[in-house]
Design a protein around this ligand. Sequence first.
Ligand SMILES: C[S@@+](CC[C@H](N)C(=O)[O-])C[C@H]1O[C@@H](n2cnc3c(N)ncnc32)[C@H](O)[C@@H]1O
Length: 174
Amino acid sequence: MLWRDRPGQVVAGAGANLPHYRKADRVVATEPDPAMRRRLAGRLDRATVLAVVREDRAESLSDPDDTFDAVLSTAVLCTVPDPDRALAEVARVLKPNGRLVVLEHVRGSGRLAEWQDRLDPVWTRIGAGCHANRDTRAAIERAGVTFELFEEFQPVPAWVPTSPMIEAVATRPS
Ligand SMILES: C[S@@+](CC[C@H](N)C(=O)[O-])C[C@H]1O[C@@H](n2cnc3c(N)ncnc32)[C@H](O)[C@@H]1O
Protein backbone atom coordinates (compact mmCIF):
# COMPACT_ATOMS: atom_id res chain seq x y z
CA MET A 1 0.00 0.00 0.00
CA LEU A 2 1.27 3.45 -0.83
CA TRP A 3 0.68 6.17 1.67
CA ARG A 4 1.03 9.79 0.67
CA ASP A 5 0.66 12.44 3.31
CA ARG A 6 2.36 14.56 5.92
CA PRO A 7 3.79 13.41 9.26
CA GLY A 8 2.34 10.10 10.25
CA GLN A 9 2.52 7.53 12.98
CA VAL A 10 2.53 3.86 12.22
CA VAL A 11 2.53 0.72 14.27
CA ALA A 12 5.60 -0.60 12.69
CA GLY A 13 6.39 -4.29 13.08
CA ALA A 14 9.47 -5.11 11.08
CA GLY A 15 9.01 -2.09 8.84
CA ALA A 16 7.31 -3.59 5.78
CA ASN A 17 5.75 -0.21 4.96
CA LEU A 18 8.93 1.83 5.21
CA PRO A 19 9.90 1.71 1.51
CA HIS A 20 6.44 2.90 0.43
CA TYR A 21 6.07 6.35 1.95
CA ARG A 22 6.33 9.09 -0.64
CA LYS A 23 5.24 12.47 0.64
CA ALA A 24 5.50 12.24 4.43
CA ASP A 25 7.91 14.72 6.01
CA ARG A 26 8.50 12.40 8.93
CA VAL A 27 7.26 9.00 10.05
CA VAL A 28 7.09 7.94 13.70
CA ALA A 29 7.13 4.16 13.82
CA THR A 30 5.98 2.73 17.14
CA GLU A 31 6.77 -0.89 18.04
CA PRO A 32 6.76 -2.22 21.64
CA ASP A 33 8.26 -5.63 20.90
CA PRO A 34 12.08 -5.51 21.29
CA ALA A 35 12.74 -8.26 18.71
CA MET A 36 10.52 -6.56 16.13
CA ARG A 37 12.17 -3.24 16.95
CA ARG A 38 15.60 -4.70 16.25
CA ARG A 39 14.41 -5.95 12.84
CA LEU A 40 12.85 -2.55 12.22
CA ALA A 41 16.07 -0.73 13.12
CA GLY A 42 17.92 -2.88 10.61
CA ARG A 43 15.56 -1.75 7.86
CA LEU A 44 15.52 1.98 8.47
CA ASP A 45 17.87 2.48 5.53
CA ARG A 46 15.02 1.32 3.25
CA ALA A 47 12.78 4.15 4.42
CA THR A 48 11.94 6.67 1.72
CA VAL A 49 11.37 9.42 4.31
CA LEU A 50 12.79 10.37 7.72
CA ALA A 51 11.65 7.65 10.16
CA VAL A 52 11.90 7.70 13.95
CA VAL A 53 11.34 4.56 16.02
CA ARG A 54 9.48 4.58 19.36
CA GLU A 55 8.60 1.90 21.93
CA ASP A 56 5.10 3.15 22.70
CA ARG A 57 2.18 0.78 22.96
CA ALA A 58 -0.67 1.85 20.71
CA GLU A 59 -2.88 2.11 23.81
CA SER A 60 -0.57 4.71 25.35
CA LEU A 61 1.10 7.00 22.84
CA SER A 62 3.55 9.56 24.19
CA ASP A 63 2.62 12.26 21.67
CA PRO A 64 0.52 15.31 22.59
CA ASP A 65 -3.03 15.74 21.32
CA ASP A 66 -3.46 16.87 17.69
CA THR A 67 0.04 15.90 16.54
CA PHE A 68 -0.29 13.88 13.32
CA ASP A 69 -1.83 14.43 9.92
CA ALA A 70 -2.16 10.71 9.45
CA VAL A 71 -1.92 7.40 11.26
CA LEU A 72 -1.35 4.16 9.39
CA SER A 73 -2.21 0.76 10.83
CA THR A 74 -1.58 -2.43 8.86
CA ALA A 75 -2.23 -5.80 10.52
CA VAL A 76 -2.09 -4.30 14.01
CA LEU A 77 -5.63 -3.86 15.32
CA CYS A 78 -5.91 -7.66 15.25
CA THR A 79 -3.08 -7.88 17.77
CA VAL A 80 -3.12 -4.93 20.18
CA PRO A 81 -4.58 -6.14 23.51
CA ASP A 82 -7.08 -3.26 23.71
CA PRO A 83 -8.13 -2.01 20.26
CA ASP A 84 -10.71 0.45 21.64
CA ARG A 85 -8.09 2.16 23.75
CA ALA A 86 -5.58 2.12 20.88
CA LEU A 87 -8.13 3.73 18.55
CA ALA A 88 -9.02 6.33 21.18
CA GLU A 89 -5.31 7.19 21.27
CA VAL A 90 -5.22 7.40 17.48
CA ALA A 91 -8.16 9.83 17.53
CA ARG A 92 -6.42 11.86 20.22
CA VAL A 93 -3.07 12.25 18.40
CA LEU A 94 -4.64 12.95 15.00
CA LYS A 95 -5.12 16.58 14.11
CA PRO A 96 -8.68 17.65 13.29
CA ASN A 97 -9.34 16.38 9.75
CA GLY A 98 -6.39 14.03 10.16
CA ARG A 99 -6.77 10.59 8.61
CA LEU A 100 -6.55 7.06 9.93
CA VAL A 101 -5.58 4.62 7.18
CA VAL A 102 -6.00 0.90 7.84
CA LEU A 103 -5.34 -2.37 6.11
CA GLU A 104 -6.48 -5.11 8.50
CA HIS A 105 -7.93 -8.60 8.50
CA VAL A 106 -11.26 -8.64 10.31
CA ARG A 107 -14.10 -10.82 11.55
CA GLY A 108 -16.04 -12.54 8.77
CA SER A 109 -19.71 -13.41 8.79
CA GLY A 110 -21.77 -16.61 9.07
CA ARG A 111 -19.76 -19.83 9.23
CA LEU A 112 -16.45 -18.06 8.85
CA ALA A 113 -17.14 -15.98 11.99
CA GLU A 114 -18.13 -19.14 13.91
CA TRP A 115 -14.89 -20.80 12.79
CA GLN A 116 -12.89 -17.72 13.84
CA ASP A 117 -14.54 -17.73 17.29
CA ARG A 118 -13.81 -21.44 17.80
CA LEU A 119 -10.22 -21.05 16.66
CA ASP A 120 -9.45 -17.88 18.62
CA PRO A 121 -7.99 -19.42 21.83
CA VAL A 122 -5.47 -21.40 19.77
CA TRP A 123 -4.97 -18.75 17.12
CA THR A 124 -3.86 -16.09 19.58
CA ARG A 125 -1.21 -18.48 20.91
CA ILE A 126 0.26 -19.47 17.57
CA GLY A 127 -0.20 -15.99 16.10
CA ALA A 128 1.65 -13.91 18.71
CA GLY A 129 -1.55 -12.40 20.13
CA CYS A 130 -3.38 -12.03 16.81
CA HIS A 131 -7.19 -12.37 16.99
CA ALA A 132 -8.88 -13.47 13.78
CA ASN A 133 -12.39 -12.57 14.99
CA ARG A 134 -12.22 -8.85 15.70
CA ASP A 135 -14.93 -6.52 14.41
CA THR A 136 -12.45 -3.77 13.61
CA ARG A 137 -14.93 -1.73 11.58
CA ALA A 138 -17.15 -1.32 14.66
CA ALA A 139 -14.13 -0.48 16.82
CA ILE A 140 -13.06 2.26 14.39
CA GLU A 141 -16.59 3.69 14.41
CA ARG A 142 -16.59 3.71 18.22
CA ALA A 143 -13.45 5.88 18.13
CA GLY A 144 -15.52 8.72 16.66
CA VAL A 145 -13.80 8.96 13.30
CA THR A 146 -15.76 9.04 10.05
CA PHE A 147 -15.16 6.66 7.15
CA GLU A 148 -14.50 8.39 3.87
CA LEU A 149 -13.46 5.16 2.21
CA PHE A 150 -14.28 1.59 3.26
CA GLU A 151 -13.71 -1.54 1.28
CA GLU A 152 -13.99 -5.13 2.46
CA PHE A 153 -12.46 -7.78 0.26
CA GLN A 154 -11.73 -11.49 0.33
CA PRO A 155 -8.18 -11.95 -0.98
CA VAL A 156 -7.98 -15.66 -0.06
CA PRO A 157 -10.48 -18.56 0.19
CA ALA A 158 -13.24 -17.86 2.75
CA TRP A 159 -12.07 -20.58 5.18
CA VAL A 160 -8.78 -18.72 5.84
CA PRO A 161 -9.18 -17.30 9.37
CA THR A 162 -7.28 -14.07 8.64
CA SER A 163 -9.92 -12.95 6.18
CA PRO A 164 -11.78 -10.95 4.99
CA MET A 165 -9.68 -7.80 4.93
CA ILE A 166 -10.61 -4.15 5.07
CA GLU A 167 -8.94 -1.18 3.45
CA ALA A 168 -10.26 2.06 4.89
CA VAL A 169 -9.63 5.73 5.44
CA ALA A 170 -11.39 7.47 8.33
CA THR A 171 -11.19 11.15 9.24
CA ARG A 172 -11.20 12.76 12.66
CA PRO A 173 -13.95 15.39 12.65
CA SER A 174 -12.74 18.98 12.88
C1 LIG B 1 1.15 -8.77 12.48
S1 LIG B 1 2.36 -7.64 13.07
C2 LIG B 1 2.19 -6.34 11.87
C3 LIG B 1 3.41 -5.48 11.76
C4 LIG B 1 3.37 -4.33 10.73
N1 LIG B 1 2.36 -3.35 11.05
C5 LIG B 1 3.20 -4.81 9.32
O1 LIG B 1 2.20 -4.48 8.67
O2 LIG B 1 4.08 -5.54 8.85
C6 LIG B 1 1.56 -6.98 14.54
C7 LIG B 1 2.44 -6.01 15.29
O3 LIG B 1 1.71 -5.40 16.35
C8 LIG B 1 2.63 -5.19 17.41
N2 LIG B 1 1.91 -4.95 18.67
C9 LIG B 1 1.43 -5.87 19.54
N3 LIG B 1 0.85 -5.26 20.59
C10 LIG B 1 0.98 -3.93 20.39
C11 LIG B 1 0.58 -2.78 21.13
N4 LIG B 1 -0.06 -2.88 22.29
N5 LIG B 1 0.89 -1.58 20.61
C12 LIG B 1 1.53 -1.46 19.43
N6 LIG B 1 1.92 -2.51 18.68
C13 LIG B 1 1.65 -3.73 19.15
C14 LIG B 1 3.47 -6.45 17.41
O4 LIG B 1 4.67 -6.29 18.12
C15 LIG B 1 3.68 -6.65 15.92
O5 LIG B 1 4.82 -6.00 15.46
